[in-house]
Write a protein that binds this ligand. Structure first.
Ligand code: FAD
Ligand code: UDP
Length: 739
């Protein structure tokens, strides 16, 4: 892929991921600084090619209809995307041919025919190197070679004092490194022979292993397969290498390659040893810093010679001089000039269509511009319930957008790297007294019975929270035998007073000392305010008990969705009338719908015209440990003010998952960041009322949920609020029947 900045927005369409989700959807990853949005289509793995192509085409149509003003430029990196993208009315079509993909292992037999079609459709063609240009130049009138350039500054960082990543720092030297895709183009025999020939050298291999069975990789103590690393981290790895390798096999798949890593390695100041790749030889064969060697012995000898090169020798001046003739800016200017020459004025957003996806192309009639009855902003509980009800109960066509790359809002759960089901935004425990809410959600999930228990860490003791008789007995080494005894104990400490603030409710019930032990520090950390500055409803959520009931909640229904929240949301949103588009901000869409349901922060909707409503945020620190159990219950609270976090949660208690390892989350409250909690206090309510008055003047917008109605609601309350909103909306939208 090419790397250059652009003033226009680029949508980068990535390879399809086939997964268990029942809905096709686009996962969005936004890189605002580069004006790039990466789109990852996700499709159910059990669909056949035709269904996949249709879904891709519909996802693309939705994207173009909602996010691209005017006609896009289609920029193809592979002909295989022509099947579902070819019908899009484009300002121009560019084919940027980076490889001879048809020579790759498992290449689709249709590729050559698809390329011929793309050559016909393209206004201009670029190739990633000269060999490729020579091979293709007969196929198009406007074809131009653009070998890969390099972001010299980025890679030159490797020449300075960078901290080497821990997984490499522990590897002995000298180190010979490679990064890039590890597939059939890599000469594994050569790596094996090199490692055996010089057991004192260490070979560092970075990159995803693709189309190769990992058992076929040579394994020696001096070969280190580290896996993929981010582009941003490559200079740090390069800084620790003595020699950079290009151990390519010489075969059909490498005949036309023009590896980007050659100039990158050199910009990082590393000498390079390569097998005889035509374009490497052509451009770099003459400089001392790049050695070309084929047979194993020659390759070992070339590495030996490269290791002997002085770090800052004259060879570097020679390669640096070569690098001044290449930059992404020059590539950009060159391409722009060639596009202008075929009269493409790049005045509109660019749509980049990239990467290979090898299903057979299917020809479809041109799609209709999608339009919707209702736009739902936010795919959390508020948005998903309304979308489901409007689609299934009122036959409305609904577009659901969310600026996060997933559905389920704050309740989003997923399997982490260890395969443990975790909650990305902190622990979510479902509990409700409402039969209606529970019955409604039960349409979309089975449940795992679960009663939440919390311990508070006080000094060296772990005691039940909310405070109960056991808490008092353990804390004060007492033996209070019944409720009356516990009540008398508390009454002797309680300091009755008028109940206005969060301090009042607690001190009035249990007195100053217990208040300070369990509530003051926790609340100050959690809210950044003293309990005396918060509405009484906040701490009233956690009442004190005289019984020994140690459940956190006493609700009638207490359970966790059997397969997790995300799975439940996917079932809710799995309806033919519902389209889901994640990674999409409300401000960036241009959808006309008769009604909008807004579930984001209400002040944001109105551009904070009366000032920002305060929300409290959290930082989550997720960890996985190599043992099965971290703590005795799901959540341990740390109420003292000195400990910077409020609580630690261990997910396996919530989910019942059996696993040899365990994942936990620390919660660190903070002022900035995602808005998680409306802050209940009078002045904030007064400000909210001003926004509410404004919201009430918009009959075509419903504000629903925790952020949009500025209410410290639990999940079940949001579901209840959304169901009530639906009942009103169904009548307004002309649907009397409410399922
Ligand atoms: P959200 O889940 O916040 O959904 C709103 C969605 O709108 C978000 O996904 C957001 O990305 C999207 N959005 C906002 N603005 C825009 C925009 N401009 N464009 C596009 N999308 C936008 N409740 C319980 O019942 N039990 C618990 O144990 C529990 N634990 C919690 C723990 C934590 C740490 C937190 C923060 C909350 C907890 N809650 C719990 C509360 C629960 O998370 C909420 O009640 C519920 O998730 C609110 O749903 P919602 O749809 O109103 O909001
Ligand atoms: N709280 C506290 N100590 C605790 C638990 C809770 O002081 O050990 C206070 C704190 O102000 C917290 C509020 O009670 O914000 C509500 O707690 P809850 O567990 O209901 O909060 P949630 O995490 O569910 O929002």
């Amino acid at each position: 892929m090419r790397r250059f900045a652009t003033e226009r927005r680029v949508f980068f369409w990535e390879e399809v991921i086939l997964c268990d989700h029942p809905l096709p959807y686009l996962e969005y990853h936004s890189f605002p600084a580069d004006n790039v949005i990466a789109l990852r289509p996700r499709l159910p793995h059990w669909w056949d090619d035709e269904a996949r192509q249709t879904a891709l085409r519909e996802l693309l149509d939705t994207l173009v209809a909602t996010s691209v003003p005017g006609k896009p430029i289609l920029w193809f990196y592979t002909p295989m995307m022509l099947g579902f993208a070819g019908h899009v009315k484009a300002h121009a079509v560019v084919y940027d041919c980076m490889d001879e993909l048809s020579a790759f292992r498992f290449a689709d037999p249709q590729l050559a025919a698809q390329e011929a079609s793309l050559m016909k459709r393209a206004d201009v063609v670029f190739t990633g190197g000269y060999s490729l240009y020579e091979a293709k130049r007969g196929s198009h009138a406007a074809i131009h070679p653009f070998p890969s350039a390099v972001d010299t500054l980025h890679f030159a960082a490797a020449r300075g004092n960078v901290i080497e990543p821990a997984d490499q720092a522990c590897i002995a030297g000298p180190r010979l490194g490679f990064y890039g895709v590890i597939d059939e183009r890599i000469d594994l025999g050569l790596i094996n022979a090199l490692a055996r020939a010089r057991p004192d050298w260490h070979i560092v291999m970075i990159g995803p292993i693709v189309k190769i069975d990992p058992v076929d990789l040579p394994r020696h103590p001096n070969i280190h397969w580290l896996g993929s690393r981010d582009y941003a981290d490559l200079p740090a790895y390069l800084s620790g290498w003595n020699v950079a390798l290009m151990p390519f096999a010489i075969n059909d798949a490498t005949r036309f390659i023009s590896p980007t890593k050659t100039p990158e390695y050199l910009a990082a100041g590393r000498p390079v040893v390569s097998t005889p790749i035509v374009d490497v030889q052509r451009h770099y064969g003459a400089v001392q810093g790049v050695a070309i060697a084929d047979a194993t012995d020659a390759f070992v000898a070339a590495c030996e010679a490269a290791l002997a090169l002085p770090v800052d020798g004259a060879w570097r001046d020679e390669t640096d001089a070569l690098l001044t003739a290449t930059s992404w800016d020059m590539t950009f200017d060159g391409m722009k000039a060639q596009m202008a020459a075929v009269s493409v004025k790049p005045a509109v957003p660019t749509l980049v269509v990239a990467n290979d996806y090898d299903t057979s192309p299917v020809v479809h009639p041109v799609g209709r511009r999608p339009d919707y009855d209702v736009l739902v902003v936010g795919a959390g509980f508020a948005g998903a319930v309304l979308a489901e009800r409007l689609a299934a109960g009122s036959d409305k066509r609904v577009l659901v957008i969310d600026r996060r790359p997933h559905v389920a809002g704050n309740t989003y759960d997923h399997r982490d790297a260890a395969g443990i089901l975790v909650h990305r935004y902190g622990p979510h425990i479902f509990h409700t007294n409402s039969d209606d809410v529970f019955a409604y959600l039960s349409r979309f999930t089975q449940w795992r019975p679960y009663e939440h228990r919390v311990l508070a860490s006080v000094g060296a003791k772990l005691v039940p929270m909310p405070i109960n008789r056991t808490t008092l007995n353990r804390l004060y080494d007492l033996n209070l035998q019944d409720e009356a005894a516990a009540a008398a104990f508390l009454a002797a400490r309680a300091e009755p007073r008028a109940l206005h603030t969060s301090e009042d409710v607690v001190v009035a019930a249990i007195g100053q000392e217990l208040y300070e032990t369990f509530f003051r520090g926790y609340t100050r950390k959690q809210w950044g305010l003293d309990p005396s500055q918060l509405d009484k409803s906040v701490t009233a959520r956690v009442p004190t008990r005289t019984s020994t009931d140690d459940r956190y909640f006493l609700d009638k229904h207490q359970a966790m969705p059997l397969h997790g929240y995300t799975a439940m949301f996917e079932a809710m949103l799995d309806h033919p009338n519902i389209t889901v588009q994640t990674g999409t901000d409300y401000r960036d869409v241009d959808v006309r719908a008769a009604h909008t349901v807004f579930t984001g922060p209400v002040d944001e909707y109105f551009d904070r015209r009366f000032g920002a409503l305060p929300y409290r945020s959290l930082r989550f620190e997720h960890q996985t440990h190599d043992y099965a159990t971290f703590q005795p219950v799901a959540t341990v609270n740390y109420p003292d003010e000195q400990t910077p976090y409020t609580r630690i949660t261990e997910y396996k208690h919530l989910t019942g998952q059996q696993h040899a390892r365990t994942s936990i989350t620390y919660e660190y409250p903070q002022e900035d960041g995602d808005p998680y909690y409306p802050i209940p206090r009078d002045e904030n309510q007064a400000l909210y009322r001003r926004y509410k008055a404004l919201a009430d003047t918009l009959p075509d917008v419903s504000f629903v949920g925790r952020l949009a109605t500025y209410k410290y609601y639990n999940m079940d309350q949001v579901v209840g609020q959304a169901l009530a909103t639906y009942r009103r909306l169904a009548i307004k939208l002309g649907q009397e029947s409410v399922a």
